[in-house]
Design a protein around this ligand. Structure first.
Ligand code: P6P
Length: 339
């Protein structure tokens, strides 16, 4: 019996486009270009260990080329490809202080915010890392370069969002507002195949993800919530298991598939984290969009819905509690001193 034909991500995107007769195909083209960048980065990540070893002996890799740090490589790969794709008017990246313009004459109607290599500190210890992206429709008139106002939009207005996780396999997980789809890269053919259709966050959680090294810097209700998750209560499946990788994409992905809640609340450890550590435009908002599309919820530790926050800066930080909606609701009850 022949195996059923795998649905490629390109086929899935085209099928989705067909559901929207008014679609011009620009979003399809944009996503396909981003996928080419993702495959390029995935190939490099798989060599990172080797390149990294060689990198320690000087600035050349196995082919005698200049070794770039992986996050620098990922940033350049996305920036160069997307600046000339013809579907974007402006970009912003975690790796760049200012707005990234597109090539003159190639301006399009969307914007792209991305974290090219989230969790890059984990590269040297071979732990999963990822790329996160967020796409908006420009607000300024079509034609000509975009500006910050095109990028500083509420997460609820996202057209598409997703991530690529470079783990035991490379997966692409994204939404265009009609549920969350997961694709796994078959490196032997260089194609992403649909492997996780219509992902939903499980009703029952197994995990909580938080950096407990910050315990003494949290607000008291956060500590009490953690104690709650660790208490034994068979009816509510507690204690949850603690799982924290230090790559948000990897922690988020595990909780999306297996059930759980991820927390990075504000802490008093250092001033830059007074309002949380994670970035709104290219970490919190895209993952919040995915979480809500999968039946979950994403809030700040003072109860704001991540997707309703009006961004004030390209690299604005926010506290993030994201995952199973019931777990997030209970967290907010603790923060409101109702528990
Ligand atoms: P900490 C990686 O640097 C990152 O931006 C997220 O991917 C991750 O969840 C978080 O920071 C880890 O931060 O302070 O726990 O090392």
């Amino acid at each position: 019996m022949t195996r059923p034909l795998g649905i490629t991500v390109s086929r899935h995107i085209m099928d989705s486009q067909r559901l929207h007769p008014a679609a011009t195909g620009d979003l399809t083209g944009l996503l396909n270009e981003l996928i080419v960048a993702a495959k390029t980065i995935s190939a490099e990540v798989n060599m990172a260990g080797l390149a990294d070893i060689l990198g320690m002996s000087g600035k050349t890799n196995i082919q005698g080329e200049h070794v770039q740090k992986l996050d620098e490589f990922a940033n350049n790969t996305i920036k160069r490809r997307m600046a000339r794709c013809g579907y974007l008017c402006a970009m912003t990246s975690e790796e760049e202080a200012d707005i990234i313009p597109v090539v003159e004459g190639y301006e399009g109607k969307y914007t792209l915010a991305f974290d090219p290599m989230d969790g890059s500190s984990n590269i040297d210890v071979n732990v999963s890392i990822g790329t996160i992206f967020s796409i908006h429709r420009r607000l300024s008139p079509d034609g000509g370069p975009g500006d910050e106002s095109d990028l500083l939009q509420r997460g609820r207005r996202q057209v598409a969002a997703g991530y690529i996780i470079y783990g035991s396999s490379t997966m692409l997980v994204f939404t265009t507002g009609a549920g969350v789809q997961g694709f796994t890269l078959d490196p032997s053919v260089g194609e992403f195949f649909l492997s996780h259709p219509d992902i939903r966050i499980p009703d029952k959680s197994k995990y909580f993800s938080i950096n407990e090294g910050n315990y003494h810097y949290w607000q008291e209700p956060v500590r009490r919530y953690l104690h709650y998750l660790k208490e034994e209560d068979k009816a509510t499946g507690r204690p949850y298991n603690g799982r924290y990788i230090g790559s948000m994409v990897a922690d988020f992905h595990r909780n999306l598939i297996a059930g759980g809640v991820f927390l990075y609340p504000r802490d008093s450890k250092n001033p830059t984290k007074t309002y949380g550590k994670l970035r709104l435009l290219y970490e919190a908002a895209p993952l919040a969009f995915l979480a809500e599309q999968a039946g979950g919820r994403a809030v700040t530790d003072d109860g704001r819905e991540i997707l309703d926050i009006e961004p004030e800066g390209l690299h604005q930080r926010v506290p993030v509690i994201v995952g199973n909606a019931h777990d997030v609701d209970i967290f907010l009850e603790f923060m409101a001193e109702k528990r």
